[in-house]
Design a protein around this ligand. Structure first.
Ligand SMILES: [Zn+2]
Length: 420
């Protein structure tokens, strides 16, 4: 299979992707956040040990806001902020916080409305605010504490389109639960939160009323993906572009990723029959070169420090499924520079204050690029890192009446599906 017809990106958002590729999706869009990418920062903070199956119910700690000044946070109409002297808020009967080791805990078993800058979120239950003096005297993180089975509906309602098939929702619920459980068990003693609420981790909308999401969670309550009696940190992405990625290439080299369910299935995926899987992105050659150089300068080895104007980018190493893991950039002096496909996407999408932000992201690492006048045209397939479940593919399979069990066994080879 030639890569010439493929393109793809990494982190992005599904609405941006649909807009960029000109694909129309019929039906409601619950969330514009989407999937996974290489930008899954939290996902990349990987496990040091294999993760045992939990023996107790898990309450997820979800970071829903990172407040960095005095003005941003409002809880149930109460403006709360942090100064060098401590927490400030208008005294009221509705808020009876407890301060533990500097963190503010608010225990109310009701639905909260939080306003964080432009974002509004409604969540039920306990909230904690954690000072981030490492950033500034005013900075703090907002964390909500949500029992796993109440957390998952808010994830899958944000990760999938509301009109998608119930079996897609059920498969996604199990993948999201296994990913969340793995994150919780790895981070519970190391951080004040397990996951964030955006695509760098997995989307969480807060309390949702979407019926298909609640039904999927009820149908799969307590079900996890395991392998060899350990939890599988089940990464997933929007579209694999037909070629599966291995977690050890696309997420991190942690030994936790060297298990069969995270090596990728063999064989082409059904998502290649969907128009959504291909993309083309045009970048000014100056902008792309500058961005890659700036990224390179952040590394000690500065791998691209001598690179001149970019002429082409081609895959020079692929995994066993045909997905690029290394790209070669050739400049106008015919010098070649190798870079991992994951790093390229990260560099191409990173924001630098001194460089104008491009209109379109590079959607995945499955790409080739060539010079066209003053532009670089990147053509690729897929959206996101390509590890594990492919959301568009899962939806196509569910449309063919495939069960959620079969969908999960296709995307996570050799996986066990266990109900706790
Ligand atoms: Zn796919």
């Amino acid at each position: 299979m030639t890569l010439n017809n493929f393109f793809q990106p990494n982190s992005c958002d599904r609405r941006q992707f649909i807009t960029a590729t000109g694909v129309l999706v019929v039906g409601g869009l619950i969330s514009c956040s989407s999937k996974h990418d290489d930008t899954r920062v939290d996902a990349q903070q990987v496990p040091q040990k294999h993760i045992p199956i939990p023996t107790e119910p898990i309450t997820m700690r979800v970071c829903v806001g990172k407040m960095r000044n005095r003005n941003g946070f409002e809880l149930d109409g109460e403006h709360i902020y942090l100064t060098k002297e401590g927490w400030k808020y208008r005294s009221s009967n509705t808020l009876s916080p407890e301060i533990v080791d500097g963190a503010m805990w608010i225990h109310i078993s009701a639905t909260h409305t939080m306003i964080m800058l432009e974002k509004i979120k409604r969540c039920t239950g306990k909230i904690s605010l954690h000072p981030r003096s490492d950033i500034s005297p005013h900075a703090f993180d907002v964390v909500v504490h949500v029992p796993m089975e109440e957390y998952i509906p808010g994830v899958i309602a944000g990760e999938l389109y509301s009109h998608w098939h119930p079996n897609t929702f059920a498969a996604q619920a199990i993948a999201a639960r296994s990913y969340a459980a793995a994150q919780h068990l790895q981070r519970k003693n190391a951080s004040h939160y397990d996951v964030s609420d955006g695509p760098s981790s997995q989307v969480f909308l807060g309390d949702v009323t979407l019926d298909v999401a609640h039904r999927a969670v009820n149908e799969t309550r307590g079900v996890l993906l395991t392998w060899n009696n350990k939890i599988v940190p089940s990464y997933y992405s929007a579209c694999c572009g037909g070629m599966a990625a291995a977690a050890s290439d696309a997420i991190s080299s942690s030994h936790l990723h060297n298990i069969p369910p995270l090596q990728g299935r063999s064989g082409n995926d059904v998502c290649t029959s969907l128009g959504v899987h291909q993309w083309t992105v045009t970048r000014s050659h100056r902008n792309l070169k500058k961005r890659l150089s700036q990224w390179s300068d952040t590394l000690t080895s500065r791998p691209l420090k001598k690179m001149r104007s970019i002429q082409s980018i081609i895959p020079v190493q692929t995994n066993k499924h045909g997905r690029p893991i290394k790209l070669e950039i050739t400049d106008r002096q015919k010098n070649a520079y190798n870079i991992s496909a994951k790093q390229f996407v990260h560099a191409a999408n990173t924001s630098f204050p001194s460089i104008p932000t491009p209109n379109q992201r590079v959607w995945s690492s499955c790409l080739v690029a060539s010079r066209s006048g003053l532009d670089i045209e990147l053509r690729g397939v897929g959206m996101g890192h390509g590890v594990g479940l492919c959301q568009y593919g899962a939806q196509a399979l569910a449309g063919k009446d495939m069960s959620w069990e079969s969908i999960l066994k296709w995307y996570y080879p050799s996986v066990d599906i266990e109900s706790l």
